[in-house]
Design a protein around this ligand. Structure first.
Ligand code: C2E
Ligand code: CA
Ligand code: CA
Ligand code: CA
Length: 279
């Protein structure tokens, strides 16, 4: 394995599929990207099935490199972790997402929760809380309008430190979601050990769920389990109406996916939320 010691990253880790040259090129370009402001955020709506309302959005990082064009976060996040740049990138994401959350807080009639993805390594970086609370205080943004998404894979590396950080964030009112649930090093013990508000079911279980009886069983059971543990459920990667219908029947709380909307720049989200909804 290329990763040793405390960071046991997943078997499907995209870094491992890049050549050493590619990783070096990407790593150097990422340094530039931070100083040259080549990052921006897109936001994808999360729709509450019981009301049809958009009650949250997930911030997704976009990198437009002048040399390489658009580079997917699936490619560059693992490299950023390897090059020790993830902390700075996360700080940038938190700052930008909080500014936007504050804009929406000031202008939208209904509250909109903004979700931010944090890497496993960020949970070891003990500045995370100060960075988040610094922005909340500076802006006067209520903490419940911010959510942190963490993959369960990330928790394996150092469960206790992660538990500590997430617990303190949640005590202060930040919401905490377990991301990509059901993939990676799944362990049900993480469900009860950590202070989750919600659980995001990975899209591998959602794709074609209306035609896949096994995935129907899995998702129905995960939703029951979540309800028993008092967690809300978000289904990821909902692409067609049949999938959404199926999830509604199972009692899923929120859906996110191309069916309702792709990740978009903030201003497009704002216009979608402020223009009259078609019935
Ligand atoms: P994720 O957190 O699981 O985010 C969901 C991914 O699924 C996003 O890919 C989104 O564009 C995509 N997606 C949404 N709806 C659909 C759908 O209906 N069908 C399909 N096929 N895909 C859908 P994206 O934006 O390329 O991000 C990929 C991953 O990169 C994210 O997975 C997350 O793990 C990571 N990532 C993105 N932004 C950040 C960030 O700011 N910080 C960190 N640490 N990781 C990030
Ligand atoms: Ca996520
Ligand atoms: Ca996910
Ligand atoms: Ca994912």
């Amino acid at each position: 394995a290329q990763r040793q010691g405390g960071h046991q990253f997943c078997h499907y880790c995209p870094t491992l599929t890049l050549s050493m040259d590619d990783r070096l090129t990407l790593g150097n370009a990422l340094h530039q990207a931070l100083t040259n402001q080549e990052f921006h955020l897109h936001y994808q709506p999360q729709v509450q099935l019981s009301t049809g309302n958009v009650t949250g959005v997930e911030a997704l990082l976009r990198w437009q490199s002048p040399h390489m064009g658009n580079v997917s976060p699936e490619r560059f996040i693992p490299v950023a972790e390897d090059f020790g740049l993830i902390g700075l990138i996360t700080q940038w994401v938190i700052g930008a997402a909080c500014e936007q959350a504050y804009q929406w807080y000031c202008t939208l009639p209904e509250p909109l929760v903004v979700s931010i993805n944090v890497s496993a390594l960020d949970l070891h970086f003990n500045n995370l809380e100060q960075v988040i609370f610094g922005h909340l205080q500076r802006l006067g943004l209520p903490p419940h309008l911010l959510q942190i998404e963490v993959t369960e894979t990330g928790l394996v590396a150092d469960g206790l430190q992660a538990l500590d950080t997430l617990t303190r964030l949640r005590e202060q009112g930040i919401r905490v979601a377990i991301d990509d649930f059901g993939t990676g090093y799944s362990s049900l013990s993480y469900l009860s050990l950590f202070p989750w508000d919600s659980l995001k079911i990975d899209r591998v279980f959602i794709q074609n769920i209306h035609q896949n009886v096994n995935n129907q069983s899995i998702v129905a059971l995960v939703i029951q389990l979540a309800q028993a543990l008092n967690l809300k459920v978000v289904a990821e990667g909902v692409e067609v109406a049949e999938e959404a219908d199926c999830l509604r029947n199972f009692g899923c709380d929120w859906i996110q996916g191309y069916f309702y909307g792709r990740p978009l720049p903030a201003h497009q989200i704002t216009s979608a939320l402020t223009s009259p909804q078609p019935q």
